[in-house]
Design a protein around this ligand. Structure first.
Ligand SMILES: [Zn+2]
Length: 474
């Protein structure tokens, strides 16, 4: 059954692939091929496009992209949250010399540009001349084929920018028909301001804008999915092409310091508010803590108990230890948390929004299960078990819609003349298996994955082939 990526009813047919292209769809009875796969009883879909992904971070150590292809992903969009490989020309040259299993596209990251120009003196607005310098670097990346500008406005150094700086840079990609994708300035306390900021940037720069991993990550935001979607729909009606991506989990993974947008790490009152309103001490797991690795995998509540401190005091101290360690060692400390902050009703409503595509936000060696299970979790938990949406619609949100929102041609659909990025999956068994305890466990039900006509995954194993190409802005 072919789910062509448009979201309509599936239909039965054979597919013929010639080199890297879907050459024929119809009846191929009696025709022979070098390789043929009997996909009776299976769903055949375009390869999934991961529009917000971190697999690109250490891609040369994971050239087979097992984490991605085992959940059906065939194209990965890199350079997210304001952080990209710089310059992209160099990255693309390396990638051309050492190709990987999946297709790669990238944004140019604001934090990366800002870091190149402002360096260590970043805790302030950029000057007009610094913005001009960032623009010049951005143009280099756009010339290299970047899809557009990405920001990570909850992270250093981007958090110190103002809207004008970001808007100025976003306008720089308009002439290239580029786009803007953003980990917005706040997913909790200042959420509505952050949504207004991305809408304004879309309006001022006149480019498509996408909210990365959309979420309502604070208890007093729960239940506000309808208001949020009404706001986004209103912006769309006014001509702003705003969309979002979303991953299917109620807990996020980030730095521990992201909890303090004012960077007031010693403020115990703030810590108390965080542990009351944003995530509970039992719901924060330390995923990385280089200073005391014995704490990795433990909750904040458990660590506080070990040290006989209140959770708020413990949170403040964990960060103080990081700050001190970084000063002494003169480099960033490996630290991270997973924290539950979202609720299921909101997740489902946001996922059902017609302009939301599915992303993983995952990485190959990460501790969040999304790295191995995001797409299969949508297909198993949300589509089959909870009937959040029909399979055809979920596939559309992983393929045709994503390609459109990334401005990609000839991908995201099963259509003659399109690139043969194809997933064969069993809709009865497809399911994520990765958990917090076992984040790298491979999904069930993804049977065969083709990238540009070459088989990269079958029998739950990668094939050692690297047919992925670089997808430049089209
Ligand atoms: Zn992010």
């Amino acid at each position: 059954m072919i789910y062509d990526g448009n979201g309509g009813e599936p239909y039965k047919a054979d597919i013929g692939i010639r080199t890297d292209t879907i050459a024929f769809i119809g009846d191929l009875a009696g025709v022979s091929a070098r390789i043929s796969i009997d996909a009776r009883g299976m769903a055949v879909a375009p390869g999934f496009i991961d529009t917000h992904s971190h697999y690109g971070g250490d891609l040369f150590n994971h050239r087979d992209f097992l984490a991605a292809v085992s959940q059906g992903i065939t194209t990965v969009i890199s350079g997210q949250d304001g952080s990209s490989s710089f310059p992209l020309t160099k990255f693309y040259k390396e990638l051309a010399d050492t190709p990987v299993a999946v297709n790669i596209a990238s944004y140019s990251g604001h934090n990366t540009l800002r870091d190149s120009i402002l360096g260590k003196d970043f805790k302030r607005f950029a000057t007009a001349s610094e913005i001009e310098k960032m623009k010049a670097l951005l143009r280099q990346d756009m010339d290299a084929g970047a899809l557009g500008l990405s920001t990570g406005l909850e992270y250093d150094p981007g958090i110190y920018s103002n809207k004008e700086e970001v808007s100025e840079l976003a306008k720089e990609v308009t002439a290239y028909q580029g786009r803007y994708i953003s980990h917005i300035r706040s997913e909790d306390r200042y959420f509505w301001d952050a949504i207004n900021e991305i809408i304004t940037i879309g309006k001022e720069a006149k480019i498509p804008v996408q909210v990365s991993h959309i979420k309502l990550a604070m208890h007093n935001l729960w239940g506000k999915a309808d208001s949020l979607l009404a706001l986004l729909d209103k912006a769309r009606k006014e001509g702003i092409e705003i969309s979002s991506d979303i991953y299917p989990y109620s807990f996020w993974h980030s730095t521990i310091r992201v909890l303090f947008p004012k960077r007031n790490f010693t403020d115990e009152k703030e810590a108390e508010m965080i542990l009351h309103e944003i995530t509970l001490p039992d719901d924060i797991i330390l995923s990385a803590y280089e200073i005391q690795p014995e704490y990795e995998g433990k909750t904040l509540a458990a660590i506080a108990k070990l040290e006989n401190k209140t959770p708020a005091r413990m949170l403040v101290e964990l960060i103080a230890r990081i700050e001190e360690w970084e000063k002494k060692n003169n480099r960033g400390c490996d630290e991270g948390i997973m924290a539950t902050s979202m609720n299921e009703t909101d997740i489902k409503k946001l996922m059902q929004w017609p302009h939301a595509n599915i992303c993983s936000d995952g990485s190959s060696s990460g501790t969040h299960p999304r790295g191995y299970g995001a797409f299969t979790r949508v297909l198993g938990k949300y589509v089959r078990n909870e009937k959040t949406m029909p399979l055809s619609e979920a596939i559309h949100k992983m393929t045709g819609l994503s390609a459109k929102q990334m401005g990609m041609k000839k991908r995201g659909l099963i259509q003659s003349g399109y690139f043969a990025d194809i997933v064969i999956l069993n809709s009865e068994t497809v399911e994520d298996k990765a958990t917090v305890a076992e984040p790298h466990k491979i999904s069930e039900g993804i049977e065969h994955v083709f990238v540009n006509g070459t088989l990269v995954f079958e029998n739950k194993k990668t094939t050692g082939k690297y047919p992925g190409i670089i997808i430049k802005r089209q």
